[in-house]
Design a protein around this ligand. Structure first.
Ligand code: AMP
Ligand code: ZN
Length: 459
């Protein structure tokens, strides 16, 4: 069976045909590093990790290149730096914020079982590429400098008599309607009210770099140009897959397409545009003001990363997801069971019943249903779970972590179990029942079999 992916641009599921099967290329918009990542940010990380793993499984590990950027220049970073490190010069404070947050992001996504991308470029290391694209856009008549800014003109793009894509095609909007609906109080240096910033002046003390377009004052890039520059540098002018959350379709991805296609005279930037749906918490939009804003870091104190991962993958990536405590508990029980059955067996090939739904536009809910059906085939279950990024630990590690998290003292449990065995041997069933009830009250479930008694922390 072939891989099929849904493309936001053409609004259809199509067979995936890479430009070069020896070098399959994917770009995903990464985090802006100014604060702990929240559980919504974990969704693209996990979803595109599954796709990365599936592509590696299909085309070979050496033949897939996955780029996920780090945005380390942004107003939110500057604000945070000034607030958290008031004693430091702004540039040093910014370095502190981006380094700390970047490290935290890595710790979080490693715990979620996500492979590191092939390249994780930082925006501030690609200023030369941004300037180059900006110069090309000006030379092509798509961009202009005004009052130390450089602006991109969507109208110039759509007026160009060429094979460029139409501005608005990705997000399914009409430029005329955007022009009619735009705010009236547009910045005076903009020629058109839908023109967007490629480059802007830096305020005193802010990070700044020599400007393009003959602008004397130093400046800094707009957000959209960063991704065009990093994708170009690491994947070329035209590549296979571009991903991110659905909120990025407009304006971020629409503008990336415009910049890249106009700078390099391409009909397309990426052949497949993939977007994950949004995550909400207990049926509400996650926000700081509602008090239901949860970071990955906080969740990892209560749940193993693989539980968060499974919980995310139970919903198809394009559907909205409702993140609930009930569903987390269920995911934890499922993983307990899979760890018991499959963690310590030699993995076999992933089962076709799991791989086939994945090939159908990453149908992870169906793949997970198939995993439930593999309980009796431990080797296939193990191989399939590993393909999906599970079973990083042994069964014993998993169980001991659960014990630690629950505060159950394994030594105490063993002592009580020995007492219970002794009570049973002398046929004192009242005492053995009392000990079983005591263990149950401690959150320990026991199972008697002909080989003796085993126990685990009950979920
Ligand atoms: P940001 O740091 O806000 O630019 O987000 C980084 C990534 O997380 C982007 O791909 C966003 O689309 C995605 N994202 C942010 N919030 C959510 C959410 N609530 N649900 C799903 N994805 C999200
Ligand atoms: Zn981006």
């Amino acid at each position: 069976m072939e891989l099929r992916l849904y493309d936001t641009l053409t609004k259809e599921k199509r067979p995936f045909v890479p430009l070069d099967a020896k070098n399959v290329r994917m770009y995903v918009c990464g985090p802006t590093v100014y604060d702990f990542a929240h559980i919504g940010n974990a969704r693209p990380v996990i979803v595109f990790d599954v796709l990365f793993r599936l592509l590696r499984h299909t085309y070979g590990e050496a033949h897939v290149k996955y780029v996920r950027n780090i945005t380390d220049v942004d107003d939110k970073i500057n604000d945070r730096a000034a607030r958290d490190f008031p004693g430091l010069p702004l540039n040093e404070a910014i370095r502190e914020v981006t380094e700390q947050t970047g490290k935290q992001f890595h710790a979080d996504v490693d715990a979620l079982g996500a492979l590191r991308p092939s390249v994780e470029p930082r925006a501030t290391e690609h200023i030369a590429e941004m300037r180059e694209i900006i110069e090309r856009l000006i030379a092509g008549g798509f961009a202009y400098a005004a009052e130390d800014h450089v602006l991109f003109s969507p109208q110039a793009m759509n007026a160009a008599n060429s094979s460029l894509p139409r501005y608005g095609a990705l997000s399914n909007r009409s430029l005329d309607e955007m022009i009619a609906g735009a705010r009236v109080d547009v910045a005076p240096y903009k020629k058109g009210n839908t023109d967007f910033v490629l480059w802007k002046p830096s305020k005193p003390g802010e990070p700044s770099w020599p400007s393009p377009a003959g602008i004397k004052a130093e400046g800094r890039p707009g957000w959209h140009i960063e991704c065009s520059a990093m994708a170009w540098k690491h994947l070329g002018e035209h590549f296979d897959i571009h991903g991110g959350g659905i909120d990025l379709v407009f304006p971020h991805h629409e503008n990336e397409v415009a910049q890249t296609c106009c700078a390099f005279h391409q009909e397309r930037m990426a052949n497949y545009w993939m977007h994950n749906g949004f995550l909400q918490v207990e049926s509400e939009k996650m926000s700081k003001s509602l008090g239901n804003f949860i970071t990955i870091h906080e969740l990892l104190k209560d749940w193993p990363g693989e539980v968060l991962r499974l919980n995310m993958l139970k919903t198809h990536y394009r559907s909205p997801i409702d993140w609930t405590m009930k569903s987390l508990e269920e995911s934890a029980r499922t993983l307990d069971d899979w760890y018991r059955v499959a963690a310590d067996v030699v993995p076999g090939e992933p089962a076709a019943s799991v791989v086939e739904p994945l090939l159908d536009d990453l149908n992870t809910p169906l793949a997970i249903a198939a995993l439930h059906g593999l309980r009796g085939e431990a080797a296939a279950l193990s191989g399939s779970l590993r393909l999906l990024g599970f079973l990083a630990e042994s069964a014993a590690q998993w169980e001991s972590r659960k014990q630690q998290a629950s505060g159950v003292d394994a030594g105490e449990v063993e002592r009580l179990l020995a007492e219970r065995t002794a009570a049973r041997a002398r046929k004192d069933f009242k005492e053995s029942d009392r000990i079983r009830d005591l263990l149950a009250a401690m959150g320990v479930a026991i199972k008697d079999s002909k080989d003796g008694t085993t126990w685990e922390v009950a979920r």
